[in-house]
Design a protein around this ligand. Structure first.
Ligand SMILES: [Zn+2]
Length: 241
């Protein structure tokens, strides 16, 4: 373990073109569970599985039930950035980290101070009127009863979150691929590499060090230079940045 931390420290110290790609595991230490792998409580509370609720069809047809789940399980206003979010923000400030690509929708990287964040699945802190495009925060949504409607025009508000059946933002995908293809170090954290789009993104990496930090060892799929199977917040809290 300590040898691996020393190695990661050395990679970070000697490189200034680092890109981070993260998944749900980055936020679990901030108390945000992956809403797809809830402990079964939702079975008692919701009539549908999360994959059904968080779909475009469900949003259109059962908007009120969608928002019950969205407010209850997807918005977590009291979650705070953990050691990983904070360290990554510092690395960007020092000019070492060029971009963060995240599958998380919690906005914790931005809250930690990171600027170049490509949140390819969207963010619960951005919600927009489908009629006039006015933006609403997660706090605004939490204050509204029933189906959130725009206070300017009465239009339906939709979260800027990519639902099942919806496509990813091609502009963010292009930026992500560009950042990865130019990076000398790619750190992948808290995500299973077998899942799209992570697996596809790695193909664009031509740099020197591919680092995988994930509780379960998924690095056998890729040519990782360094694999650390510990919680990512714990790993970053041991680094000197
Ligand atoms: Zn509006």
């Amino acid at each position: 373990m300590d040898d691996k931390i020393v190695k990661l420290q050395e990679i970070i110290d000697t490189n200034d073109n680092i890109v981070f790609f993260g998944g749900a595991g980055v936020s679990t230490e901030s108390g945000i569970p992956d809403f797809r792998s809830q402990d079964g409580l939702y079975h008692m509370k919701y009539k549908y599985p999360p994959e059904t609720i968080v779909s475009h069809t469900f949003f259109v047809n059962k908007t009120e039930e969608f928002y019950e789940f969205y407010k209850d399980k997807m918005i977590a206003l009291d979650a705070k950035p953990n050691a990983a979010h904070i360290a990554l923000a510092k690395l960007e400030e020092k000019g070492k980290l060029k971009a963060i690509i995240t599958q998380n929708i919690d906005g914790l990287h931005q809250l930690a101070g990171s600027k170049e964040v490509y949140d390819i699945h969207g963010c619960v802190h951005r919600n927009y009127c489908t009629h006039c495009r006015k933006l609403f925060t997660a706090e605004d949504i939490m204050k509204m009863d029933g189906v959130p409607k725009c206070d300017e025009c009465g239009g339906l508000i939709k979260p800027d979150v990519v639902l099942y059946e919806e496509g990813l933002d091609q502009n963010l995908i292009a930026k992500s691929i560009s950042a990865i293809s130019k990076a000398n170090v790619l750190i992948i954290g808290g995500t299973s590499l077998a899942v799209y789009p992570a697996a596809g993104f790695i193909d664009y990496f031509n740099g020197e060090h591919l680092v995988v930090i994930n509780k379960s060892d998924t690095s056998r799929h890729v040519r990782a230079t360094l694999t650390i199977t510990d919680p990512i917040g714990e790993v970053f809290s041991k680094l000197k940045i």
